[in-house]
Design a protein around this ligand. Structure first.
Ligand code: FAD
Ligand code: MG
Length: 360
């Protein structure tokens, strides 16, 4: 089996809404992909319900189509608020805050599931995904917006307390054996949340739904008319615009990038919130953004952060080894766009791009 890059010329993005609706689902759809999905259109297009809410420090939009749309959306909004109460490190009574404060806590099933997935991702990514970085994230001020640049001595001292092996998770209880260790699931919880929302939608017999949790998109089924959802990906150098789009059904499309949360230091340097666990500093890996497309929201969220830390070469190698689970769009700091082979039929961009991993 041979892997290689193939160079694709730009392919004009159809649909006039593109520039306005980055990282959300684009409403117009004129692509060839819609015909392949048209046969499964069966949703009551007339009935739809949508709501916006602010949770997990971001704006979320939930939209469902079909008879139970309102109940499905309202139940989903309640579920998001329930999960925020469990996972927010900033809420004193949350399960994760209790774990951080007391180093041992009895946790609800949701927290055990997310922690176990996070530990698995730590192993799978050889430590690129590390939920024990919270002391470092705090030191940079990303939790309070009191931003500062920690000294290398301070980072070295804090790094000694970021060993994920100090976290022990059994069926109901989690413990931290290092009294200075703290857990932060901010890199994975929104993906878990969007999976949970999709389950609620399905339980309410919804066949067509789309949600955006602060730009993390997840879709159920196709659009009500049977065509694929069009999800725009932000241009990392100009986040008000899209640089490309993917057309999907039943997928999570989740992006990590330095432009999402950052500050400019007095030295004029941009410091962002995705941390290299080796150095404790913002990851400078040669990537400007990573988008993961997967059936699983939690995997897509965890991997978008992980592959950003890895950088392009290691990220593409990781994809080769796990290509059955996800596809990726990598945008490098020098603005090259690389997509993995599974996206080659559902990707559009006005820029040239490379397809990685097509078998010859
Ligand atoms: P992602 O790339 O998905 O995740 C980046 C985040 O993951 C970082 O912000 C950091 O928290 C963590 N991280 C950094 N490096 C790594 C790494 N190598 N491995 C693993 N994880 C890493 N923000 C507030 O300012 N105030 C709040 O009150 C607040 N409440 C929240 C409550 C919940 C339940 C959640 C899920 C998030 C909340 N946030 C809050 C936002 C949170 O702090 C993160 O900024 C956010 O989750 C980042 O998501 P992202 O999709 O932008 O980036
Ligand atoms: Mg993430």
């Amino acid at each position: 089996m041979k892997y290689h890059f193939s160079h694709r010329r730009r392919c004009h993005i159809t649909g006039g809404m593109l520039l306005l609706l980055c990282c959300v689902v684009l409403s117009s759809c004129t692509s060839t992909a819609q015909s392949s999905a048209a046969s499964i259109a069966n949703t009551d297009i007339a009935t739809s319900y949508s709501t916006d809410l602010f949770a997990m420090d971001t704006v979320m939009t939930l939209t469902a189509y079909g008879t139970n749309a309102q109940t499905a959306v309202e139940t989903s909004a309640e579920e998001i608020q329930r999960l925020e109460q469990i996972f927010s490190t900033n809420l004193e009574d949350s399960a994760i805050a209790q774990l951080n404060a007391h180093k041992t806590a009895q946790l609800p099933e949701d927290a055990i599931t997310v922690l176990q997935t996070a530990l698995q991702l730590y192993d799978d990514t050889e430590g690129a995904f590390n939920v024990a970085l919270y002391p470092i994230v705090k030191a940079w001020g990303f939790t309070t917006e009191n931003y500062r640049i920690p000294s290398s001595e301070e980072l070295a001292a804090l790094l000694r307390h970021t060993d994920v092996n100090s976290l022990i998770v059994n069926s109901e209880i989690a413990q931290l054996s290092d009294s200075a260790a703290e857990i932060d699931l901010g890199g994975i919880v929104k993906g878990y949340t969007s999976d949970q929302v999709m389950q609620i939608m399905a339980q309410q017999n919804i066949q067509s739904a789309v949600i955006s949790l602060g730009g993390n998109v997840q879709t159920l089924g196709t659009k009500p008319d049977g065509s694929l959802w069009r999800v725009g990906i932000q241009d990392p150098d100009n986040p008000d615009e899209c640089i490309c789009l993917v057309e999907v059904a039943d997928k999570a499309v989740i992006t990590s990038g330095p432009y999402q949360r950052y500050f400019i230091g007095e030295d004029g340097v941009r410091y962002h919130h995705i941390i290299n666990p080796q150095t404790g500093a913002p990851a400078e890996s040669g990537l400007a953004s990573v988008t993961i497309v997967s059936d699983s929201g939690i995997l897509a969220d965890g991997l978008s952060t992980s592959l950003f830390v890895m950088g392009p070469e290691q990220a593409l190698q990781y994809w080769q080894e796990h290509r059955q689970n996800f596809d990726a769009i990598l945008i490098t700091t020098d603005r090259q766009i690389i997509i993995t082979a599974g996206l080659s039929d559902c990707f559009q961009s006005d820029s040239d791009y490379y397809v990685f991993g097509e078998q010859s």
